[in-house]
Ligand binder design. Structure first.
Ligand code: ATP
Ligand code: MG
Length: 442
């Protein structure tokens, strides 16, 4: 499949920066909901560090042989309060962030659909703008932006708060244990990074896009396909198109499996090291049992959340690709509209109907190696009926499409009443054309 011309790597790099601002501007009307969501998500992130403090404290009380039921009750109320807080902030986070995300998705779909319908005819001829691809994009890419500034944004806020809170608690209560456990983190990070690399490296939506387009085209023309007795061969071709992406996905699965397994192993291994080292610190009176426990627990909970973030990585990689695609589609269109608005208005003279083709050459942009018109010269007088006759595929419909300005000639001039088409307003010219198409669609 051809590389998308509106989606090259350099452009993507430039786009990355402005994209968040763009999505934020789009979602500005929902800002108050997003802010409530973000605050709730951040408070939710502080619940785990608080939990590790409560856990260590109640263990301390229980380990004291002289503890009273009142003492236990105090900590139980603490847990109950934490539970109520989690209930409240999770509810607020999900309700408000989902609401804001849904609104953004709705707006993006509406805008993208409008832009897709307003392209030049040549745009739809490109394989990456075929019907199947565009509908998939409409469905998925809007969701991708939601992925960045929506649901997952909440998870990022929660995780960040957990990391800050977790590290704060760990270093406050027993810095030596915190430092040792933290030193092991690169090992976990390597596992996570490997997962991320694999996922982005093998993301093969494109391969599935082309098989999706193929399947869509065949279904659309299934009557022709069936009447030619080609059903079986198309099924075989479709199945063959699935082989390469499926193989790639399988490869991803193996590597991902190893990376995940390693990360899990590293996590549990760190527990072993943490308690061994923590035990020594307690034995040497460098910190108390409860402090050591708080420090380890808060870092372990923090690691769990970081793990969650890594688990989101595949989606995030895919989402940012889809979001960039949508961003470029909408922004390029906006630029084009601005250019059109800045250009001086085109002439709208009364039209008599003298149509002239002078040495017109034309090649469809999607098929550059197959020239269709090779120097067509033709004069059609106003009020005359003219029939273009020629064998199928010689360019009759193409000539009409050029008058309609669905495409621009590659050479020569087409004029109406002596004025080149390029100097006339497209809408004005089209208002004077009545056209019954060759392929009637129902
Ligand atoms: N959108 C397109 N993209 C690429 N090639 C095209 C496109 N439309 C037509 N062509 C090709 O351009 C050539 C001229 O097509 P055109 O439809 O103008 O022929 P025609 O003279 O109208 O034929 P017919 O008598 O069958 O209607 C053909 O080879 C056709 O395959
Ligand atoms: Mg035709």
């Amino acid at each position: 499949m051809a590389e998308e011309p509106d989606f090259d790597v350099e452009e993507l790099k430039a786009v990355k920066k402005s994209m968040l601002r763009w999505a934020w501007n789009l979602n500005k009307s929902e800002a108050k909901y997003l802010i409530i969501g973000v605050i709730s998500a951040s408070i939710e992130g502080l619940v785990w560090p608080t939990y590790s403090i409560l856990l260590a404290d109640i263990l301390g009380v229980l380990l004291n042989p002289n503890h009273t039921t009142q003492q236990i009750a105090v900590w139980c109320y603490g847990f109950l309060g934490l539970a109520a807080l989690v209930f409240l902030v999770t509810l607020l986070k999900l309700t408000f962030i989902t609401r804001a995300s849904e609104e953004l998705t709705y707006k993006l779909r509406k805008m993208a659909y409008g832009v897709i319908l307003h392209q030049e005819a040549a745009w739809y001829d490109l394989p990456e703008h075929s019907k199947g691809v565009l509908t998939t994009r409409l469905a998925e890419d809007a969701n991708s932006v939601r992925g960045i500034l929506g649901d997952r944004f909440g998870i990022v806020c929660t995780s960040t708060a957990t990391i800050i809170g977790g590290l704060g608690v760990a270093f406050y209560f027993c810095w030596s244990v915190a430092l040792v456990v933290l030193a092991c983190f690169p090992i976990v990070a390597i596992g996570g990074a490997a997962q991320f690399k694999m996922v982005t490296g093998f993301a093969s939506d494109k391969h599935f896009e082309s098989s999706g387009k193929f399947a869509g085209d065949v279904v659309e023309n299934v009557q022709t396909v069936a009447s030619l007795g080609r059903l079986r061969s198309f099924v075989t071709e479709y199945t063959n198109m699935l082989i390469i992406p499926s193989k790639k996905m399988e490869k991803t699965a193996h590597v991902q499996g190893v990376a995940f397994a390693f990360t899990e192993f590293a996590m549990l291994g760190i527990w072993a090291l943490a308690f061994w080292f923590g035990g020594q610190q307690v034995a040497n009176n460098n910190c108390g049992f409860q402090e050591m426990f708080k420090s380890i627990m808060s870092i372990v909970f923090m690691a769990m959340i970081v793990g969650q973030m890594q688990a989101l990585a595949p989606d995030a990689a895919k989402a940012s690709k889809g979001a960039k695609r949508l961003y470029l589609l909408l922004e390029n269109h906006k630029k084009k509209l601005a250019e059109e608005a800045a250009a001086p208005p085109k002439a709208e003279p009364p039209i008599r109907g003298l149509i002239e083709f002078k040495d017109v050459t034309f090649t469809y942009p999607s098929r550059p190696d197959a020239p269709v018109l090779k120097g067509l010269s033709l004069t059609i007088q106003p009020g005359k009926t003219v029939a273009l006759v020629g064998k199928s595929g010689c360019g009759k419909s193409t000539a009409v499409a050029l008058i309609e300005q669905l495409y621009q000639p590659t050479g020569g001039v087409i004029s109406i009443d002596g004025v080149p088409l390029g100097d006339l307003s497209v809408h004005h010219v089209r208002k004077h054309i009545a056209y019954v198409t060759q392929q009637v669609r129902h």
